[in-house]
Design a protein around this ligand. Structure first.
Ligand SMILES: Nc1ncnc2c1ncn2[C@@H]1O[C@H](COP(=O)(O)OP(=O)(O)OP(=O)(O)O)[C@@H](O)[C@H]1O
Ligand SMILES: [Mg+2]
Length: 321
């Protein structure tokens, strides 16, 4: 179930993770300590920050390293399938259940199960999940007997689960059970030291894969990259570098090889010779963020780090103006 898009640089054993920023160093230290015990870990952070990567790191440095690492993406599965994927089913348990089938908890025996996008687990399944975590036993759908499981659970989400708890989309008891250890991966824009190192490492890997003799970035290109807010974090950085690597004419990636958004974020602020009113800039920025999220206000508010009410108030103001 490993994601095909995950890039695994040759020779990279994930223990380094290109960590240079103090915040990430602290986080990795904490993760390495948490790895030694079986406590449930909740990894939070924006989309593409490297949550799955951190989960793999925890598994790798844990005493369970010889066991399997099993990731499951809860939002990619239809509701009806999640339970049978997680807990397994007996033959005939439902239409189409032709064979007995163990679930992913059993598949992760003596290893680590990563529940990605745990915020998308339906409420009824959350109850069953909590029971499995408390009792270390699963019951396959359509079976009466419990089976003991020995699994370390890591959950990940890019949502603010406390909001989901407050709005009763996520069970509070499960939330507390999951976040025994809470690891927040900061967005790329808050760790520019890492951005620089990641840009170098990713370029080396991608250029090698593409067989292109590109050795670095021009100072101007790097400056644009450092100014851009990277809403898609490392995944977006990876895609931008891949594109630039394909397009670059010279040995260095230049401003023209970067996609238009990177040049725009720079241009918008300085397009006019006069300093523009902050309120106007804020309006443009907020509307652009909303557009990038296809009008999803919850996600936009989360990314802007304001509460949904403030966002609603601001948007109302724009309509009234
Ligand atoms: N330290 C790193 N070095 C190189 N590549 C990295 C690093 N961290 C993450 N990546 C790459 O960035 C991409 C996103 O990482 P990952 O899937 O771990 O993020 P995520 O937070 O789980 O994303 P999502 O929220 O979309 O599930 C992957 O392709 C991964 O290989
Ligand atoms: Mg992920």
């Amino acid at each position: 179930m490993e994601r095909a898009s995950s890039r695994r640089p040759a020779g990279d054993n994930d223990t380094e993770l290109d960590v240079h920023s103090p915040a990430m160093r602290r986080l990795l230290e904490l993760a390495a300590r948490a790895a030694q015990v079986d406590s449930t870990v909740l990894i939070t952070g924006e989309s593409g920050v490297g949550k799955e990567r951190l989960a793999r790191f925890i598994h790798r440095v844990s005493p369970r390293a010889q066991g399997p690492f099993v990731p499951i993406n809860c939002c990619a599965l239809p509701e009806a399938l999640i339970e049978s994927e997680l807990f397994g089913h007996a033959r005939g348990a439902f239409t189409g259940a032709l064979h007995d089938r163990p679930g992913l908890f059993e598949a992760a025996e003596r290893g680590t199960l990563l529940l990605d996008e745990v915020g998308d687990v339906p409420l009824l399944t959350q109850v069953k999940l909590l029971r499995v975590l408390q009792e270390h036993e699963v019951r396959r759908i359509g079976e009466n007997r419990q089976r003991r499981v020995n699994v370390r659970l890591i959950a990940a989400t890019n949502r603010t689960l406390t909001v989901d708890v407050a709005e009763r989309r996520f069970r509070q008891d499960l939330y507390y059970r999951l976040r025994v250890v809470d690891l927040h991966v900061p967005p790329l824009r808050e760790r520019l030291e890492d951005l620089r190192a990641l840009a170098e490492t990713l370029l080396t890997t991608i250029a090698r894969e593409m067989r292109r003799a590109i050795s670095g970035y021009t100072a101007a290109a790097l400056e644009r990259m450092l100014r851009y807010p990277w809403p898609g974090n490392i995944r977006e950085l990876e895609n931008v570098i891949e594109r630039a690597c394909a397009l670059a004419a010279g040995a260095l990636i230049d401003v023209d090889d970067l996609p238009v958004e990177l040049n725009q974020s720079y241009a918008v602020a300085f397009a006019s010779p006069n300093i523009r009113p902050l309120r106007e800039m804020e309006r443009e920025y907020i509307l652009a963020a909303l557009q990038r999220n296809d009008g999803n206000r919850t996600r936009t508010a989360e990314q802007l780090r304001i509460d949904a009410k403030s966002l609603r108030r601001k948007l109302k103001g724009y309509v009234a103006a």
